[in-house]
Design a protein around this ligand. Structure first.
Ligand code: ADP
Ligand code: MG
Ligand code: ZN
Length: 628
């Protein structure tokens, strides 16, 4: 893709502004340093002047505040000689001059005064115009980049496709689901009539969500490339700047330009810069007015354009979807969300293949092995990895990149990444694998209203190292006690697996325990599911104000110490029961656990058919097998 430059300012305009500049400069100089241009008058010391007066050489003098100019007596035909001196406070001067018969006057003739006053009237506006011209020239008119006076212009870069640099879906790998979803967007852009003819509404906004470097920006470009339409790209932070109100004006301008070029794509990168939840930030006092105005304008524009005659699709990217204002996610705005996640093993291999084409590889290269060693790498990290390896090979003066270059490059990149995000070493990867399989096995036996649909040990986000996805089998509004107990057991399955296999536990289970304990506590205090404590609600109903929840200091009713102790006991019993159940299930299915764990260490993700066949082999336990 190439960036289309805005038309240059015309030549006559350039010459005009140069002239303006030169004349402006000249006038300025004249104003502040008039002596530069005035005829030069020789300066003499005051004492010399007095001596000349005493000697009767002076013909006439003009006495001003800061200067005395005087003319010496000359013979007929001789050129007049004018001298100047700086006066000293001297009250005797008039008397002396009079005594010597010098003709004198108080002020020098206002020789330049009409000129001076003209200057003082004309110069300031001229300076102003000159500055204006300067910024306009830099701003370069409509849609121009940079320049303080173009603040209301959107700074969107317009990418126009040219075949050499065009990005297509082939350049993006490892995010197949996202590609499938966006392929549909391409259809909308190519043949909008096909959809509008039936009366279908073309989606206006598509939000790409995913961790940094997974290819969100790249995907957006690929959509434009595939559809062959112009692509306006702007970063959210570019809307919010310096001047209040500029952001909103820029949004307006951006949409105006886009409509002229429809069908086209507007891509707003880092949407969270403007789209942050209005309630969330700064609480209930004030907030960021400028950002809010910009956001409102964006919402208005998105509501305003009808997708019928001019198809403009707004793509946006963010790695912090949870901070976005809910108003942005409403239908008719960014109602489609596409997850662009870190790639799994197969995905990483494909990405490596793309980038490996661009360097010369040696014969010993095993891309699969490299992909295996790089769990948690995003697309950008892999691209970087290939480049690092190539640099290492070049530094060693080799013709091709060898496997050992990759090995070293991985270490370098990992060292950098470990600071930023999660990259697991082999030991950790193994623990996470068993942990997740633990969840899955217990979950398979004790569904608790959900069916295990996917196990993954690809690190996601900042918190989870792996995850086990349970899909609800149907819409549920009520949960039975046994289902809640199932869920608690499943939550403890991860920890139980670590205990059984490694004989120790890691911090990775902390979040599971938190959730299990919360559930158990709610069973006792809110749902009245405890036989000991009876059907009483020990928790105060959440006093939900518009300030949001989670602000209640002490959620429990005033209960006696005994009751409080009983509640704690009961919660502990429920969690412990779940723990024992999980342990029993995993002990009984230990071989299966080993098998699945080995498998997931190879593929990183198990789902669908494969997962179901494995989980179908889980053996149920008798109640008697659970230690109490
Ligand atoms: P994001 O916008 O999600 O932070 P980018 O799209 O800017 O990430 O990715 C940065 C670079 O990393 C891309 O230009 C591309 O070279 C590479 N890259 C990232 N993800 C992928 C991918 N899935 N397939 C191929 N290349 C990728
Ligand atoms: Mg990006
Ligand atoms: Zn867990």
């Amino acid at each position: 893709m190439s960036i289309k430059d805005n038309p240059q300012p015309s030549r006559s305009r350039i010459i005009g502004s140069i002239l303006l500049w030169v004349s402006g400069g000249f006038l300025l100089l004249n104003l502040f340093f008039p002596q530069l241009f005035a005829p030069k008058i020789p300066q003499v010391p005051y004492s010399v002047f007095i001596a000349q007066v005493e000697d009767g050489e002076v013909a006439r003098a003009y006495v001003a505040q800061d200067q005395i100019r005087y003319q010496l007596k000359t013979e007929e035909g001789q050129p007049q000689q004018v001298l100047a001196t700086t006066p000293i406070f001297d009250l005797e001067l008039p008397n002396r001059l009079e005594a010597k018969g010098v003709e004198f006057a108080a002020a020098p003739p206002p020789k330049n005064s009409w000129f001076g006053s003209l200057l003082s009237w004309v110069i300031p506006p001229l300076i102003f115009v000159a500055i204006w011209q300067f910024f306009l020239a830099r701003g370069g008119g409509a849609g121009g980049p940079q320049g303080a006076l173009s603040i209301t212009k959107s700074r969107a870069k317009v990418y126009v496709q040219d075949d050499a640099t065009k990005v297509t879906f082939d350049d993006v790998a490892g995010v197949e689901e996202a590609k499938t979803e966006l392929a549909e967007v391409v259809e909308f852009l190519k043949t909008p009539q096909r959809f509008t003819r039936i009366g279908a509404r073309i989606p206006k906004g598509v939000l790409l969500v995913g961790p940094p470097g997974t290819g969100k920006t790249l995907m957006a470009k690929a959509v434009a490339g595939e559809a062959g339409v112009p692509f306006f790209s702007i970063s959210g932070s570019e809307f919010v700047e310096l001047f209040v109100g500029a952001g909103a004006a820029r949004v307006r301008d951006l949409f105006e330009q886009a409509k002229k070029k429809s069908p086209c794509i507007i891509f707003i990168d880092e949407l969270d810069a403007i789209g942050k939840s209005r309630a969330g930030n700064g609480g209930f006092v004030g907030g960021n007015d400028e950002r809010e105005q910009t956001l409102n304008q964006l919402l208005t524009e998105m509501d305003g354009f009808s997708a019928g005659e001019n198809t403009v699709i707004v793509l946006a990217a963010t790695n912090r979807p949870e901070t976005l204002d809910p108003a942005l996610l409403r239908p008719g705005r960014f109602d489609r969300q596409v997850l662009v996640d870190r790639p799994d093993l197969a995905g990483r291999l494909k990405i490596l293949e793309i980038y490996a084409q661009k360097v010369k590889l040696g014969d010993d290269i095993d891309l699969k092995a490299i992909a295996t060693r790089t769990p948690g790498f995003a697309g950008a990290d892999l691209a970087n990895l290939v480049n690092e390896a190539a640099l290492l090979a070049a530094r060693a003066n080799r013709e091709t990149v060898a496997q050992k270059d990759f090995a070293e490059a991985i270490e370098r990149v990992v060292a950098g990444l470990e600071k930023k995000s999660r990259v697991l070493n082999d030991k950790e990867k193994k623990i996470v694998a068993y942990h997740e399989v633990g969840h899955a096995l217990v979950g398979a036996l004790m569904p608790g209203g959900g069916k295990v649909a996917k196990i993954s040990i690809v690190p996601r986000g900042m918190a989870a190292l792996g995850y086990t996805l349970q899909m609800p089998t149907e819409d549920r509004f009520l949960m039975s006690e046994s289902e809640l107990r199932d869920q608690i057991a499943t939550l403890l399955g991860g920890r139980a697996a670590e205990e059984i296999i490694f004989g120790s536990i890691t911090t990775g289970a902390a979040n599971d325990l938190q959730r299990a304990t919360d559930l158990a506590e709610r069973m006792v205090t809110t749902y009245g599911m405890s036989k000991v404590l009876g059907p009483l609600a020990y928790e105060k109903g959440s006093q939900n104000t518009f300030l949001g929840d989670g602000m209640i200091m002490n959620p429990r009713r005033n209960v006696s110490d005994d009751t409080a102790r009983a509640i704690d006991e009961e919660v502990k019993d429920i969690v412990e029961a779940g723990h024992q159940t999980a342990l029993a299930i995993l002990e009984k299915n230990r071989d299966l656990m080993e098998e699945i764990a080995q498998k997931i260490l190879e593929t990183e993700v198990i789902e669908g058919e494969t997962l179901q066949t494995l989980l179908d082999r889980v053996q149920a336990i008798e109640t008697a097998e659970v230690a109490v």
